[in-house]
Write a protein that binds this ligand. Structure first.
Ligand SMILES: Cc1cc2nc3c(=O)[nH]c(=O)nc-3n(C[C@H](O)[C@H](O)[C@H](O)COP(=O)(O)OP(=O)(O)OC[C@H]3O[C@@H](n4cnc5c(N)ncnc54)[C@H](O)[C@@H]3O)c2cc1C
Length: 532
């Protein structure tokens, strides 16, 4: 007789693996089914060039929640992170450059090169964000209450929020509320005058977002990127040893140590439903698997519009899912290099600080604004913002001796193009990206040994991300907290009994956080204990 599982998880993205880790620790018999040949979803390492271990999609880690790291004993299963310092390097077309470091005193001296006034204000800015992030972060591991409380649990969540909000104090609270609605441009213009400082900081407000620096709500996205930490230091980002797959592999080992089974190359075709209750799944090869509960790590559109027959869902729910804004606008280029880029603004191709931070090719907010304006006409930015990283300067084991990897995260690349298809323009556009980078580091073209280009269409095809959206749905105010994925359905449950969501399309959203998977597991176990 076929095995019956307590829980089948559709997708071994890092959140699916987090849920598997918690459920298997609670004693459930868990099966994880992944459509790709490898686990991790967008948090993965792949040998796409012989001898190079590439973080093909996500490339930096900070947001992975410390509770998840410790509950699931990730260091014991091989997870290690190298803190990034400097945080960033921004070369400018006029030959100047700008660093941000982990050391506050060094930052003040660096900012003062461009504005004494801004240097004087920077510590207060960092402290404000830190206080706000500490409160916002508390909401991360909460199950969002219903907007209109329906249960004691809802009231309890609201009550738990009050002391932290009060602790913020009136001034921070008001500035924080304003920030939630502001554009990142307005937020930074209110505080600083230096263009390079504002452009460097603003990147976090628009990365992965279908909006420009003047789009309301982008200031919150900046805050979202400050929620994390590395080694206990807030806001610090780092490179995972072995690439981002180091997170997924540790999660897989952690759940398998408690009996969870992971199957790769096992695409789910359909979630089986009878009388409004999930019964299991059917794989694309026709194999049927029974389970008491089904958990989907796929994004909400994949889950409800592809894996479930329309009559099984209430019409208004289906329509709501169909209208979640989920447009991709980012493109990734992964390069294998024979040597490091030699920047005109900071010469040298032995490993130096210019190679160790996130390299921002985006000299001003106006540059960013123009990049976004192109996208609104349905064309990829003629002068895109580039965010580049060289993980081999921390972890040489990722490449053959003396060779390097460089990731280039490119914005904006709209999923829907006005007059072309991505299959037609993929290579020409990647050439354009390299041309722009070579204006700053002229040796780059000659150093390229191999390259991979992932357009939003490729992100959809390869990683199953609807329209190439890297966060399973935009991180806009109308799609966050108790509105994610839909108002009234933010508690990881769905209109189908025993079917749950655990991916980034749920609160608190995208990024390698593990938090949707953690919160979903808590709600699943709450229901499971009632069932037993
Ligand atoms: C190019 C790119 C760069 C990024 N950079 C960063 C970064 O540097 N730092 C950061 O924190 N975040 C980054 N992100 C965002 C982050 O990687 C994602 O938000 C996060 O990894 C999503 O995790 P998840 O587990 O929720 O979903 P996913 O990783 O999307 O996992 C879902 C899984 O479900 C599987 N699946 C889907 N349908 C089926 C099916 N029918 N049957 C079986 N399996 C199925 C998919 O194959 C996938 O493995 C980036 C994302 C991308 C794409």
């Amino acid at each position: 007789m076929a095995t019956r599982y307590d829980a089948v998880i559709v997708g071994a993205g890092h959140n699916g693996l987090v849920t598997a880790g918690y459920l298997s620790r609670a004693g459930l018999k868990v099966l994880v089914l992944e459509r790709r040949y490898v686990v991790g979803g967008a948090c993965v390492t792949e040998e796409i060039f012989p001898g190079f271990k590439v973080s093909t999609a996500a490339y930096l880690c900070s947001l992975l929640h410390p509770k998840v790291v410790s509950d699931l004993e990730l260091p014991r299963f091989g997870y290690h992170i190298f803190p990034k310092d400097p945080a960033s390097f921004t070369p400018l077309p006029d030959g100047r450059y700008f660093f941000l470091w982990q050391d506050s005193q060094r930052n003040l001296a660096e900012i003062a090169k461009f504005s004494e006034r801004d240097a004087g204000l920077f510590s207060a800015y960092e402290d404000f964000l830190s206080r706000l992030a500490a409160v916002a972060e508390q909401t991360f591991t909460m199950t969002p209450p219903n907007p209109l409380p329906r249960s004691l649990q809802d009231w309890g969540t609201y009550l738990r929020l009050i002391p932290s909000l009060l602790r913020l104090g009136r001034k921070d609270l008001l500035a924080g509320m304003k920030m939630m609605f502001q554009s990142v441009r307005d937020f930074l213009d209110e505080r600083f005058e230096s263009d390079v400082l504002k452009a460097t900081l603003a990147t976090d407000g628009v990365i992965g977002i279908n909006g420009g620096p003047s789009t309301p709500g982008t200031a919150y996205v900046l805050l979202h990127h400050c929620m994390g930490e590395v080694g206990g230091k807030r806001g610090l980002w780092g490179f995972v040893e072995g690439g981002m797959g180091g997170v997924a592999d540790a999660l897989r080992r952690s759940s398998e140590a408690y009996g969870s089974i992971t199957r790769t190359s096992a695409p789910v075709a359909r979630i089986r439903i009878r009388d409004g209750r999930a019964l299991g799944v059917v794989l694309e090869n026709g194999e049927e698997i029974d389970a008491a509960i089904v958990v989907s790590n796929a994004d909400p559109k994949q889950t409800f519009l592809r894996l479930i027959e329309p009559p099984a869902l209430p019409e208004d729910f289906r329509r709501g899912i169909d209208h979640i804004r989920m447009e991709g606008c980012s493109l990734k280029v992964n390069l294998a290099l024979s040597e490091l880029p030699n920047f005109k603004a900071y010469p040298g191709n032995g490993p130096g600080p210019q190679h160790k931070g996130t390299i921002h090719i985006c000299p001003s907010l106006d540059y960013m604004e123009r990049a976004w304006d192109d996208t609104r006409q349905g064309i990829p930015s003629r002068e895109p913002m580039l965010e580049c990283c060289i993980p081999t300067t921390y972890d040489p084991s990722l490449a053959p001796p003396g060779k390097h990897l460089m990731s280039i995260f490119v914005q904006y690349a709209p999923y829907k193009l006005a007059n072309a298809s991505w299959d037609e323009i993929r290579d020409a556009y990647a050439d354009r990206v390299i041309d722009i980078l070579s204006d700053y580091a002229p040796n780059i073209k000659g150093a390229i040994l191999d390259r991979q280009v992932l357009t939003p269409l490729d992100l959809e095809r390869e990683f199953g991300l609807t329209h190439g959206n890297i966060f399973h749905g935009e991180l806009s105010l109308d799609q966050l907290f108790f509105l994610r994925p839909l108002p009234g359905w933010a508690q990881y449950r769905t209109p189908i009994r025993n079917l749950y969501l655990c991916g980034s399309g749920t609160h608190p959203g995208g990024g390698v956080t593990g938090v949707p998977g953690h919160n979903a597991a808590r709600e699943i176990l709450r229901d499971w204990r009632k069932l037993k």
